[in-house]
Design a protein around this ligand. Sequence first.
Ligand SMILES: *Cc1c(COP(=O)(O)O)cnc(C)c1O
Length: 393
Amino acid sequence: MKDNWNTRTKLVHAGSRRSQYNEVSEAIFLTQGFVYDSAEAAEARFLEAGPDEFIYARYGNPTIKMFEDRIAALEGAEDAFATASGMAAVSGALMSMLRAGDHVVSAQALFGSCLYVLEEVLTRFGVEVTFVDGTDVEAWRAAVRDNTKLVFFETMANPTLEVVDVAAVAEIAHAKGAKVVADNVFATPVFSKALELGADVVVYSATKHIDGQGRTLGGVILGTTEYIRKTVEPYMKHTGGSMSPFTAWVMLKGMETMDLRVRAQAGTALALAEELQGHGKLDRVIYPGHASHPQHALVKRDMGAGGTVISLDIKGGQAAAFRFLNALDIVLISNNLGDAKSIATHPATTTHQRLSDEQKDLLGITPGLVRLSVGIEDTGDLIADVMQALEAV
Ligand SMILES: *Cc1c(COP(=O)(O)O)cnc(C)c1O
């Protein structure tokens, strides 16, 4: 890879490795193991594997390595470890770094499974977790302690799309010697600069924009070579949450078109947010890329665009939200996001069903809230579909 390659070039070419056949499209090395020329060679590789030497697919594999190198090049990270899902990335990044007696500060607005890991799993192993309002810089400052080992947040929170000031939180965490772990899914790998802003570790669910076409589950942990190889790799390769070579190949193909897809999706999301301002059937339109978002200036500064998701608070609560969902024609009722297909979700009864009414209130997950992941369909068709469904409310 050339140092001066820009994003789209990296997304198509970075990390490529060609076999003796010089294939154009990346090869899938669908193999668990690798053969050694001699017993001595096997011994030597177990002692120390070179950069293009592999032992077992749970440890690494050429197709997986291509994916890791490509996403690391995109993020400007020294290294990456690919995982079986986004949750394997989140739990692996956290579990590999923490031990009993450590303290963690986390934003309270989190993806349901992230909340489970922080609330239920880490605490079972003697890690103390303090939750704060992620948008409140002073709350982060008040919560960090001398034994705070790391802070965790989603740069843009699901489903209310609140944005964390990565640089400000990183400064507070680093002053206590704590590491910053950012789940960057909603910010997208296209618009995010979390590492540049001060995050030490970035995790993605590759299931979302990286695949982008609804096929495979995957994830990735990005950070320094020291962190990835000394902390993450031993934990992941021995506990089993590694990515499969087939998945890595799907993700490589997804990355080739990711910049084009995500920019088109964000463009349509903004057009839709503009169209929906002041609509009589809505209490609120939440889109970080629109001037009406309370943190629009921060979004502009840190990301340049508002991402691919819009949340709508429909007047009339759950019954109205369900009427809206059931009237959609192009937009599908499902719970993925970042997909080429537009998808609508009712968080209160699906992704965040597990939360108490109190927790839902605290996080702004109202009965009328609908999360809309904007796809790559024609902008005019999508706006027309959302408008006709609102009429049906
Ligand atoms: C989807 C998602 C995850 C989990 O990813 P999976 O690939 O489904 O395991 C984690 N964090 C956020 C913010 C997500 O949207």
